[in-house]
Write a protein that binds this ligand. Structure first.
Ligand SMILES: [Zn+2]
Ligand SMILES: [Zn+2]
Length: 125
């Protein structure tokens, strides 16, 4: 069964359609639908892991689940490292006082390598 179909079944179940009604809409035997609903009581929807494409289940919010798009933390980490938005912060160069932007996790103190070098040179004098 495709993820779209599964999601449709879960959605119809959520809005209060009976197993037989869903079976008619989707066109699958109602026992298959009953099984799916029974085994996915805590599931809000199905999705694909954004990183590896593995099928994942998104738990219901009321069960403490949050919308997930990754099968595990490893994939989440990999994805954010590769595609995640880099948080930019603005800093002031300690040498030339020019404002510059830097990736937040980097602790840049200077706007450029040359300012860093000049500053180091100055300190050594
Ligand atoms: Zn994954
Ligand atoms: Zn500078």
């Amino acid at each position: 069964m495709t993820i779209d179909k599964k999601n449709k079944i879960l959605e119809l179940n959520r809005v209060g359609k009976s197993t037989r009604q869903i079976a008619e809409i989707i066109g699958i035997h109602f026992s298959t639908i009953a099984d799916l609903i029974k085994s996915n009581k805590d599931i809000q929807a199905y999705a694909y892991c954004r990183m590896c494409g593995k099928e994942i289940k998104i738990p219901n919010k009321k069960h403490g689940g949050v919308t997930r798009a990754f099968c595990d933390d490893k994939c989440r980490y990999k994805w954010h490292k590769r595609f995640g938005p880099k948080k930019m912060v603005s800093r002031v160069c300690e040498f030339c006082r020019k404002e510059f932007t830097s990736v937040s996790f980097r602790n840049n103190r200077f706007c450029s390598r040359s300012c860093a070098n000049k500053s180091h040179g100055k300190n050594h004098l």
